[in-house]
Ligand binder design. Structure first.
Ligand code: HEC
Length: 149
């Protein structure tokens, strides 16, 4: 490879490393999502605001553009808490999984939600944005569902 080619390659690697460290910093500066901080007082609303609304929008109306993000406001599919929890745990088509094992989430720097945070955001979603589904889900119920390997 020529000297110029090598230099371009180095620049590309440097840019990638910078981008990855920005991504890590974006999570790390939020104590609510820093596992090391061991903070447990995170509400379903906070989980929604930090993680879900980026795609589903703050008012849960969804968005169509570079992708299709379904609206979760007044969404009849939310009648089934299992459907909501399984979607969050395992992902669905264009939606990433949030229930992967800790080791994997750490290795790939992905956002991971514990069963109890998933229960919180399921309960929040099913009782906000015009959704009125009865019954609160517990972390133990979420734990009983299949998780990603
Ligand atoms: C990176 C974008 C993205 C993020 C972040 C995201 N979702 Fe999704 N979500 C999607 C897409 C895309 C779909 C549609 C999947 C499909 O094609 O069925 C979806 C589908 C859903 C559905 C199924 C809706 C229905 O009517 O079938 C639920 C429920 C849901 N998401 C909840 C959440 C929750 C809760 C969070 C936060 C923990 C979240 N999503 C974060 C992209 C995202």
């Amino acid at each position: 490879m020529t000297a110029t080619g090598n230099r371009l390659k180095m620049l590309r690697i440097a840019a990638l490393v910078t981008a990855l460290s920005y991504a890590a910093a974006a999570r790390a500066d939020d104590p609510a999502f820093n596992a090391a901080a061991g903070i447990t007082a995170v509400t379903g609303a906070q989980v929604y605001q930090h993680i879900c609304q980026g795609c589903h929008m703050p008012d849960a109306q969804g968005a169509v553009g570079a992708g299709h993000y379904p609206k979760l406001a007044g969404d009849p599919a939310l009648v089934s808490w299992e459907y909501v929890a399984l979607t969050i745990l395992n992902g669905r088509n264009g939606m990433p999984a949030f229930g992967q094992p800790v080791s994997q989430a750490t290795e790939f720097g992905a956002v991971r939600l514990s069963d109890s945070r998933i229960a919180d955001v399921v309960n929040y979603l099913r009782n906000h944005f015009g959704n009125r589904w009865k019954g609160n889900v517990t972390a133990a119920q979420v734990a009983s569902l299949p998780h990603p390997p």
